[in-house]
Ligand binder design. Structure first.
Ligand code: NDP
Length: 449
């Protein structure tokens, strides 16, 4: 048994049994047994089931958002938005099922056709920062393609996944198609990675564990998609709308208390507007409402755990440029913090995963590109400028999978999401995600008589 805590109060909110290797093997066996029937469900019927799941999630938005808010310490308003996205993801993939086409290819002596075949049993390993959201990004395309799944939520945040599994059954998705296992990554996750009957692992989490996933998958040549860490740059040029850029920048680092792989945690500012931008940034950061996640007005809650708070704190030595307020009541609180840095400092090189922003000055466009790309990561980033050609030059030059111009958004249901470099590979969301959950089969049909 283990205890699930509310990070905003440190109070227990659930006691759960932990799965081990035996339970993992049983879940994989259930998923394997359910696969032949699930893959042959007519596309229209599979779409109806996913659409019903989407509708059920919509109907349970408040309940799911409260579960997520209590388990992760997320502000309730943000949690509602995230559950809204879960429903949209299932709607999207319900609609995608009969639009995932094969091809016919002209060849000598006949015709070659391609088919998109499901992989089989897919292991989904997800983190604690956006538990329901990230689970849906994997569940949606996996089920749409006709796979069955074993989903392992993070041990700290299993509650929304358990509720989602109940809703899958209520929607009419057959038993065994969606299996949720609560247990440790080093045991359940590891077993999924090595299990000969698991065809693919879809993983979101740290780059360190991503490496272990790749290593473990080698034994059975498992398919792997990895969505890993980030150290994204928010690049502010002197010709940008500074007020708008500064008003938006704090939310791009401090949302979800900075526990976001897309956090723009390196704010690169052109030297000519550095002082002015800093002033505006600090002013905007002062406005962030930190406190009780259950309050509709709250914008930032606590960190996920005491251990994680220690890690985050270890990144801040010396006096920061700005330190906000945080409750001194129980809970894993950490204030919004802004520090000045060079790109060689630890704060600019490693993923903090907390509400700490590093501000780094740059000279010109070439300098901005050099600094933005001087990182092992390549997930996300932003470019703020009124010069359209420069925006495009920068967008092409930055080595990252998801960029925005004059905005700080990364994730949309219909657009591909994923990293360059050590931020991983494979794409989630949009039609691109379907490629990670299906194999292409080429069939030649002779037309010779
Ligand atoms: P992890 O990478 O350890 O956890 C992500 C998932 O992987 C969890 O479900 C975890 O299970 C599982 N896992 C852990 N070890 C293994 C293993 N050996 N084999 C298989 N699965 C495993 O992230 P942490 O929670 O430790 O966070 C550490 C850092 O990682 C953060 O500070 C942040 O920098 C980064 N991170 C990035 C995320 C992103 O969205 N890209 C998300 C989360 C973290 P369990 O926790 O139950 O043991």
């Amino acid at each position: 048994m283990f205890t699930v805590l509310n990070p905003a109060t440190e109070e227990p909110i659930a006691e759960l049994e932990q799965a081990g290797v035996e339970e993992t093997d049983e879940a994989v066996a259930r998923a394997k047994a359910a696969f032949p029937a699930w893959r042959t469900v007519a596309p229209g019927d599979r779409a109806r089931l996913l659409r019903r799941l989407a509708t059920l999630v919509e109907e349970h938005t408040e309940e799911l958002a409260r579960i997520e808010s209590r388990n992760v310490g997320k502000p309730i308003s943000g949690a509602r938005g995230e559950i809204g996205m879960v429903a949209q993801v299932f709607h999207y993939y319900a609609g995608a099922i009969d639009k995932h086409f094969g091809e016919t290819i002209p060849v000598a002596g006949g015709v070659a056709a391609t088919f998109r075949e499901p992989l089989g049993v897919v292991g989904l390993i997800v983190p604690w920062n956006f538990p329901a959201n990230i689970a849906s990004w994997k569940l949606g395309p996996a089920l749409a393609c006709g796979n069955t799944v074993v989903l392992k939520p993070a041990e700290l945040t299993p509650l929304s996944a358990l509720r989602l599994a109940e809703l899958c059954l209520e929607a009419g998705i057959p038993e065994g198609v969606v299996n949720v296992l609560v247990g440790k990554g080093s045991i359940v996750g590891q077993r999924l990675i090595e299990h000969p009957d698991v065809a693919k692992i879809a993983f979101t989490g740290s780059t360190e564990v991503g490496r272990l996933v790749m290593q473990g998958a080698a034994g059975t040549i498992k398919r792997v998609t990895l969505e890993l860490g980030g150290k994204s740059a928010n690049v502010i040029f002197e010709d940008a709308d500074l007020e708008r850029a500064a008003a938006s920048a704090p939310y791009s680092v401090f949302d979800n208390a900075g526990q976001d792989c897309c956090a723009r945690s390196r704010i690169l500012v052109q030297k000519s507007v550095y002082d002015r931008f800093l002033e505006l940034l600090i002013e905007a950061t002062k406005g962030i409402k930190v406190g009780d996640p259950a309050d509709d007005a709250t914008e930032m809650g606590p960190l996920i755990s005491a251990a994680h708070r220690e890690t985050v704190a270890s990144f801040v030595d010396g006096e920061p440029l700005f330190r906000g307020d945080a409750p001194d009541s129980p809970g894993f609180w950490f204030p919004c913090t802004i520090v000045e840095a060079t790109n060689d400092d630890r704060i600019a090189r490693e993923e903090v995963f907390g509400p700490v922003a590093a501000v780094i000055p740059f000279e010109d466009e070439a300098d901005a590109i050099r600094i933005a790309n001087d990182t092992p990561y390549g997930l996300s980033g932003s470019i703020w400028t009124r010069d359209g050609a420069r925006a495009l030059r920068m967008a092409r030059a930055i080595e990252a999978g998801v960029l925005s111009v004059n905005a700080n958004t990364s994730v949309r249901v219909s657009t591909p999401f994923g990293g360059f470099k050590q931020s991983g590979f494979g794409r989630e969301l949009g039609m691109h995600a379907l490629e990670g959950y299906s194999e292409i089969k080429s069939v030649f049909i002779s037309t010779e008589s």
